[in-house]
Design a protein around this ligand. Structure first.
Ligand code: 5GP
Length: 190
């Protein structure tokens, strides 16, 4: 039977502001094809975000319906808002042989590991706490209070990095992307 090879399921986690989007953009530049899961969330969109398609923005009731219907591969609460990964598009892409990347936070990552033991968990580490703070501020999208909450969350998140299969330092984006690309290629061969 001529079945397409299954893609690799990669969970890509790291504190808010560490540079996950930058590394994924660099990964595409390097020529890697992957399906980036579109998350659902109850948080408010930032300017331009609805159009960018990075998330589907839902009400709390809509989100809770997805949980009740068991339509999410994982979901977590982060700073008082729900975030989750719709399962169906992920499975479709994997069965088409595409590599799938979930850009999610730590609690969700550990849920994916429990539900999909074949998932490969990668943690993107900030070069230093000071550099993370600088990057969060540079983004300019959050209030001071939200920045402080995200920094406190990052300390909790980085403490969990040892539970991941791989840790990649978010220093030079092209180097981090190259390392992530190697991990994806190795995971596919497994
Ligand atoms: P932000 O509000 O900055 O877009 O995202 C906050 C955090 O939630 C980030 O660490 C981001 O990776 C994570 N996140 C985004 N989508 C999901 C998701 O579907 N599930 C989980 N568990 N976390 C997510």
């Amino acid at each position: 039977m001529n079945r397409p090879e299954h893609g690799a399921l990669i969970v890509f986690t790291g504190p808010s502001g560490v540079g996950k989007d930058t590394v994924l953009a660099a990964l595409r530049e390097l020529g890697y094809d992957f399906f980036l899961s579109i998350s659902v969330t109850t948080r408010n969109p930032r300017p331009g975000e609805v159009e960018s398609g990075a998330y589907r923005f839902l009400t709390k009731a809509e989100f809770e319906k997805l949980i009740a219907d068991d339509a999410l591969l994982e979901h977590a609460e982060y700073l008082g808002q729900y975030y989750g990964t719709p399962e169906q598009p992920v499975d479709r892409a994997l069965s088409e042989g595409r590599n799938v990347i979930l850009k999610i936070e730590v609690q969700g990552a550990l849920q994916v590991r429990a539900r999909r033991p074949d998932a490969v968990l990668v943690f993107l580490m900030p070069p230093s706490p000071e550099e993370l703070e600088r990057r969060l501020r540079k983004r300019g999208t959050e209030t001071e209070e939200k920045i402080q909450k995200r920094l406190a969350a990052s300390v909790r998140e980085c403490a969990m990095a040892d539970a991941f299969d791989y840790r990649v330092v978010s220093d030079v984006p092209e180097l981090a992307a190259a390392r992530l690309g190697e991990i994806i290629t190795a995971s596919r061969r497994k």
